[in-house]
Write a protein that binds this ligand. Structure first.
Ligand SMILES: Nc1ncnc2c1ncn2[C@@H]1O[C@H](COP(=O)(O)OP(=O)(O)OP(=O)(O)O)[C@@H](O)[C@H]1O
Ligand SMILES: [Mg+2]
Length: 394
């Protein structure tokens, strides 16, 4: 079975560094490893001191790196869809430049990187795939949006497909261009692929999310938000890293206060992220550049461990069968009692709630069996949300 490791975190926390150290270690253990970066800044090239291209560059035995050229991927494979989206926006009298900007939104470009990953996964090209993700507070949306997009868009496409050849006349009535047959076919193919990706990334035996943070307020808040989103999206976070920890030598003197603050942050993180295992990574005395530095870090972080193992597995969402009904348990941290609203729309639940990251809405697809039952009640037990379904008239 392949392993896919997504490495995410706030900008500059050390995602590329940790990804590279992880990749170096797995390749040394004999896994055929592919390190993928979608960062337009070409960080991996700088890190390894090698020119890394979009086709894949061999770094050493068992280790290949690849710099996804997102613009190229999108224009090559999804140009029709982008054209369609921007046509729709233009029809609503949105400026053409703005329309192209919107059509080029991160969900689409991120999806392009995922499609590339899918191609490799289905070919079985490597044993371990490590994705060094772009810095973004919402990096995970890239993983989830394709799925939501595909659920809604498939319905939409089914409605429009019969009209595709009537495109022009109808378009002039509605003032919204209809997708051509080509666009529909491309889109349906794309949706199938996105669903297959969703299958890979929500299988905890295959995919793990690894969150990198630094011992400071902002990157920790960002990491917590990411963890909650990951739970909602069904992605298993199996390891977190606190990177750039000051060594004891800095306990006194100019950086003394920083050192103390870091200690407090680390202690808090240990509480807040438990039971997910946490790796502490010290700040080296210089920038991590070149194979030697990455090697030092890889040794310190993983020692004799296998970074490709599943470090931890927990089910943020669970479905339990009862005699006449079932129960959905949402293990999102600290759901607050006040301010909980749940609505059912057909085969989906829309849950508005407040968690430690603030007010948020979750769309939860219901299991097929839900057709037989109606929603009876929702309870919060130890910070977890339990939603019960049963016969309508008992
Ligand atoms: N443990 C460490 N010790 C010393 N320097 C580090 C450490 N980790 C990261 N750095 C340095 O911090 C900087 C940012 O690291 P890196 O590029 O890996 O972060 P990133 O999260 O990938 O950034 P971006 O969000 O821009 O992609 C680099 O200069 C890197 O060498
Ligand atoms: Mg980076």
């Amino acid at each position: 079975m392949p392993r896919v490791l997504f490495v995410t975190g706030k900008g500059g926390v050390g995602k590329s560094t940790i990804s590279s150290a992880t990749a170096l270690k797995t390749s040394e253990l004999g896994y055929d490893t592919l390190l993928i970066s979608t960062d337009p800044a070409h960080t991996l090239s700088d890190l390894f001191g090698l020119r890394i291209n979009a086709e894949g560059t061999k770094i050493k035995e068992n280790l290949e790196a690849l710099q996804v050229d997102v613009i190229h991927e999108v224009t090559e494979h999804y140009a029709e869809i982008m054209d369609f989206i921007s046509e729709v926006l233009k029809a609503r009298q949105i400026d053409e430049i703005v329309a192209y900007e919107i059509a080029n939104f991160p969900g689409i470009t991120g999806a392009a990187a995922l499609l590339k990953l899918l191609r490799y996964l289905e070919e079985g090209s490597h044993d371990v795939y490590i994705l060094d993700m772009v810095p973004s507070g919402d990096a995970l949306r890239i993983l989830y949006l394709p799925f939501v997009f595909s659920r809604f868009s498939r319905k939409f496409m089914k409605i429009f497909a019969p009209f595709a050849d009537l495109g022009r006349p109808l378009a002039s009535i509605t003032n919204i261009p209809l997708p051509s047959r080509e666009v529909i076919e491309t889109e349906i193919k794309l949706l199938d692929m996105l669903e297959r990706i969703h299958g890979f990334i929500t299988d905890p035996k295959i995919t793990s999310l690894r969150i990198v943070m630094n011992p400071d307020t902002f990157s920790i808040e960002n990491a917590k938000r990411t963890l909650v989103q990951a739970s909602i999206y069904g992605l298993n976070t199996d390891l977190v890293f606190i990177n750039k920890i000051y060594p004891e030598e800095l306990a006194n003197g100019y950086l003394g206060d920083w050192f103390k603050a870091q200690k407090e942050h680390i202690a808090r993180c240990e509480l807040e992220f438990s039971p997910i295992p946490m790796k502490r990574v010290r700040l080296l005395s210089r920038e991590v550049k070149g194979m030697e530095a990455i090697e030092i870090l890889a040794k310190e972080i993983f020692e004799n461990e296998d970074p490709a193992k599943v470090y931890h597995e927990s089910k943020p969402i669970e479905i339990v069968n009862h005699k006449s009904g079932f129960e959905i348990i949402l293990r999102i941290r600290n759901v607050k009692k006040e301010d909980l609203e749940i609505e059912r729309f057909g085969d989906e639940l829309l849950i508005h709630l407040t968690t430690e990251i603030g007010r948020t809405a979750i769309i939860l697809p219901l299991p097929a069996i839900a057709y037989k039952y109606s929603m009876r009640r929702a309870k919060i037990i130890n910070g977890e949300l339990h939603v019960y379904f049963g016969e309508a008239d008992d």
